[in-house]
Design a protein around this ligand. Structure first.
Ligand code: XMP
Length: 519
């Protein structure tokens, strides 16, 4: 197996800041490859692969030497280094400055004032030589190292931007990576292009070519299977592999019977007919319904669906001869260690079922071509690979499908009602140009019947719950604020057209305290 092509990059050393991923995204947005490594994992760094280094912020104090297991050898590198917040304090301390806990914490906006010209801040300040920046720190630099210059300051921190131009060391106390910092991206661009002299090497087209080559090198002449769900990630993986290895790819698509209306037809039409991918379609509707009969516990539903999915997938995968690889849509955020520097971990709320990552027992090697990409990059790559906008901009859909949008027991009748209701809701969102403004939307069917009146008759039917949220990553979410007219229209359409629903409610909870799905 050949080694994947290595791209020269801006390396981001993570000290546990909540904004570290944002730094990487900003650098990539300006067209240069960037990667994040933990401050504990600097052993195999090759300076030749780096345009420059950024030290992130973090919750520690620079004097907590035992906790900061950080190879200070990085400061012997000749490439430029920019410290942000905690990183700025690290640079100051390392070169002989002083850092102290401030009397007043600076959190939120601060007005910064220019003191000296710098290449780092070219076009960063306004005409009055000030700018609004976003701060989030308790400690601050009280004395800068010898041979460093003060470039800018705020009322509460004297050394907000510092530099030693000869050494190519720079520090900023604020966060240029967050959108609240005005012209933060200009400062990062100055660092990347003017100071590190980086060349643009990261665009959807670059990614496409590099990833296609990498897959070819990794797979050679061997066969790859891919579990296709019709979602964005697995669709992009399938198409990327299709472009890289063509006939050596075999996709398996399992219809659980819990998909959105007409989803299986769309997947077959796109992947089998249009893209000519070798697709095995398995209609396992009956099997799933049988196993789920009378099951109402959310975790049991999830486990049953996950396990049956593996069983079916394995059965068909084994029939394909000489398969050596399994393709998965793992993304970059999945790989970055979720544990923060302080060791805190989030607790398990729900056991997620994902089509990727399941058949561990099959001893297949993994192909994870999207492992270096963020979700928005995957979408752009998908467009570059000529996947339709309709596939690329689809809202996320959970592995267990409609089963977790139907609290209580699952029946064929309920699935039919729910598919219709969801389809009416989503169609209206598209018609009113709201679909792309919403991160995820769906209809659910509540296991309660209530009384209604239609014409002169009494009805006794289910409640349909609508959920639409805005979010950036699904970790937190807020409900979408529809107009009364839109809500009324959707509610009327659902009730007038679907037998079995006589009441529509809208979920106005955020996440937390609720989750996006109902189960
Ligand atoms: P929650 O309900 O945890 O959902 O707030 C967050 C996001 O994850 C999706 N989700 C899943 N995706 N398998 C998946 O592939 C799952 O088991 C699963 N459960 C929830 C959910 O749709 C939302 O986008």
């Amino acid at each position: 197996m050949k080694r994947p092509t290595k791209l020269k990059k801006i390396l981001i050393i993570d000290f546990g800041s909540q904004f570290t991923q944002l730094i990487a995204r900003r650098i990539r947005e300006i067209g240069v490859f960037s990667e994040i490594v933990s401050h504990k994992g600097l052993n195999k760094l090759d300076q030749k692969e780096l345009f420059g280094v950024i030290l992130s912020g973090g919750p520690l104090n620079v004097y907590q030497d035992k906790k900061i297991k950080f190879d200070k050898n990085i400061f012997n590198f000749t490439c430029p280094i920019l410290g942000i917040c905690f990183g700025h304090q690290m640079i100051s301390k390392f070169y002989g400055g002083k850092v102290k806990s401030s009397k007043t914490r600076e959190f939120g906006f601060a007005s910064i004032k220019k003191i000296k010209n710098s290449l780092l801040t070219k076009n960063f300040f306004n005409k009055k030589n000030t700018n609004d920046v976003w701060m989030s720190h308790a400690d601050h630099v009280t004395k800068i190292p010898r041979n460093f210059k003060k470039i800018a300051s705020t009322k509460d921190s004297k050394f907000t931007i510092i530099e030693n131009f000869k050494l190519k060391r720079f520090g900023v106390q604020f966060h240029p990576e967050v959108t609240h910092t005005i012209k933060g991206k200009i400062l990062l661009k100055n660092f990347v292009f003017k100071i590190c002299k980086a060349k643009k090497n990261w665009s959807p087209q670059h990614q496409k070519n590099t990833l296609i080559n990498n897959v070819k090198n990794q797979v050679g002449k061997k066969k790859v299977i891919c579990a296709l769900s019709g979602g964005v990630d697995s669709s992009v993986v399938a198409q990327l592999l299709n472009k890289s290895i063509g006939k050596q790819l075999k996709c398996i698509f399992v219809n659980t019977g819990l998909l959105r209306k007409n989803e299986e037809k769309q997947v077959i039409k796109t992947f089998k007919k249009k893209l000519r991918i070798d697709l095995i379609y398995i209609n396992a509707e009956k099997q799933f319904l049988k196993k789920l009969k009378n099951v109402s516990d959310p975790e049991r539903k999830r486990k049953i669906i996950g396990n049956l999915f593996i069983k079916i997938f394995e059965k068909y995968a084994k029939k394909i001869k000489n398969v050596e690889f399994l393709a998965q849509g793992t993304l970059y955020p999945d790989l970055i260690e979720s544990k923060s520097v302080t060791g805190s971990q989030t607790s398990k709320i729900k056991s997620h079922h994902n089509v990727g990552g399941l058949p561990k027992k099959m001893k297949l090697k993994l192909v994870e071509p999207l492992r270096l990409l963020f979700k928005d990059e995957v979408r752009k790559l998908g467009l570059e690979l000529k996947l339709s906008k309709q596939i690329i901009s689809r809202h996320p859909f959970p592995g267990p499908g409609l089963a977790i949008r139907m609290p209580g027991t699952i029946t064929k009748e309920k699935i039919k009602i729910l598919k219709e209701a969801d389809d009416y809701f989503i169609s209206e969102l598209k018609k009113e140009n709201l679909y792309d403004k919403i991160w995820q939307a769906y209809a659910a069917l509540l296991p309660v019947k209530t009384v209604g009146v239609m014409g002169d008759n009494r009805t006794y039917e289910y409640i349909c719950l609508l959920r639409a949220i805005t979010s950036s990553d699904g970790m937190t979410a807020d409900y979408f604020d529809f107009t009364k007219k839109f809500m009324q229209n959707v509610s009327n359409k659902i009730i007038n057209n679907i037998q079995g629903i006589n009441r529509v409610v809208y979920d106005v909870t955020s996440k937390p305290p609720s989750t996006i799905e109902l189960e």
